[in-house]
Design a protein around this ligand. Structure first.
Ligand code: AHG
Length: 369
């Protein structure tokens, strides 16, 4: 009977996770976390789709400014609650670092990082906790116009204490439990055990990796399930599309300007002129880059020396996905996944996409095997 069901529905995300757990590829905790992410994604998809019909409730500004000085949209706040609560009730979460979370949620105390970011410090009862980072509604400045937006997430497991010494300036004054909590949250992207994004667009697409390739699912709203539509996503080795906010070109450094000018004019290595495509929603721009190939960049500029995108919950998860699909992700100087975060809301320049395009732009940064 179960097989009959699968024949009718295709491989659902639930079935995929159960089968990976049965084969020992992911553990029960991770499977449970993904159940929650799946449910949260369905709710957020519904909210985004119906927002124009419930303008007063769902669209416009919340009237609050988040820790990074950005106006929060009503949907930023609502989707953050949806995502946070879905994860919290798994009972598996150590800490959730979120773009929208500048105050403690379930922790008694507050840790303040060198970049001014704060996050809750919980007393961890048992080892083996899971740590997650997320942007619940990325690209939310687009949402009032019905332009695609997304959710990005990354999942870490609690590191072996022997392998994660915090620098003195970060661990000062913290108890052992608090240090564990902090070390669990501030892990480099190369320690991610899973990452993914959900794109709310003409269809709702959920793309994920458990570190063994990249798989894509599409929400079938008639049955309320994510169904596998792309069993193995591989980014083309080279593309012909570039994606960046070219309005900032005068703020970029000379090598970045020269590179963009060259590919635009067909004077790059491929000798073909590239097309520009830019939504201004990282999830949409990366999804297209992953499927069609090419390069996405939010580089450092004169005003923003560290770029705009956040390391823990934007740069690192997307870089993990990109590398797992055969692409590359660099800051312009080094591999994004190697950077150890020192703050929850730390920013990072990001240049990612097809391996040959990224190599042409920056130094060779082969992923570690
Ligand atoms: P926001 O969530 O405030 O709309 O920011 C979106 C992010 C990211 O999704 C996108 O790649 C980038 O900011 C776009 O920034 P610019 O508008 O500066 O191009």
């Amino acid at each position: 009977e179960f097989e009959d069901v699968c024949e009718q529905t295709g491989v659902t995300l639930s079935r995929y996770c159960i089968e990976l757990a049965n084969r020992g590829i992911i553990d029960e905790d991770l499977s449970s976390i993904f159940n929650s992410i799946r449910e949260a994604a369905k709710v957020i998809s519904k909210l985004v789709n119906t927002a124009p019909l419930k303008q007063a409730e769902l669209l416009g500004l919340q009237g609050e400014i988040n820790v990074q000085g950005e106006d929060q949209k009503k949907l930023d706040v609502i989707t953050n609650d949806v995502f946070k609560n879905a994860l919290r009730y798994t009972g598996k979460m150590g800490t959730l670092a979120s773009e929208e979370e500048d105050e403690p949620v379930d922790g008694a105390r507050l840790w303040e990082g060198p970049d001014g970011s704060r996050f809750p410090l919980r007393s961890l009862q048992t080892p083996g906790n899971t740590f997650a980072s997320s942007t619940p509604l990325d690209g939310s400045s687009n949402v009032d116009a019905g332009i695609p937006v997304g959710t990005i997430f990354g999942v870490f497991q609690e590191p072996d204490p022997a392998e994660c010494e915090l620098p003195d300036d970060l661990s000062k004054g913290l108890s052992e439990d608090q240090q564990r909590c902090l070390a669990g949250t501030l892990q480099p992207g190369k320690s991610l055990v899973a990452a993914g994004y959900v794109l709310y667009s003409a269809s709702t697409e959920l793309v994920l990796t458990f570190g063994q390739g990249v798989v894509g699912f599409t929400l079938d709203s008639s049955i309320g399930e994510f169904v596998m539509t792309r069993p193995s996503i591989k980014i083309p080795a080279r593309g012909k599309i570039y994606s960046c906010n070219q309005g900032n070109i005068n703020e970029w450094d000379q090598p970045m300007r020269d590179y963009i000018e060259a590919i635009r004019k067909g004077e790059g290595e491929s000798k073909k002129p590239y097309s520009l495509r830019y939504i201004g929603s990282m999830v949409g721009d990366i999804h297209r880059t992953l499927l069609y190939g090419g390069i996405f960049a939010y580089p450092a500029d004169k005003k923003n020396q560290d770029g705009k995108l956040r390391l823990l919950y934007e740069g690192a998860p997307m870089s993990f996905i990109m590398e797992q699909a055969g692409g590359k992700a660099i800051t312009g100087h080094s591999r994004v996944l190697d950077i150890p975060p020192v703050g929850v809301h730390q920013r990072v320049p990001v240049i990612l996409g097809s391996a040959e395009d990224v190599d042409e732009q920056g130094p060779e940064t082969a992923p570690e095997s």
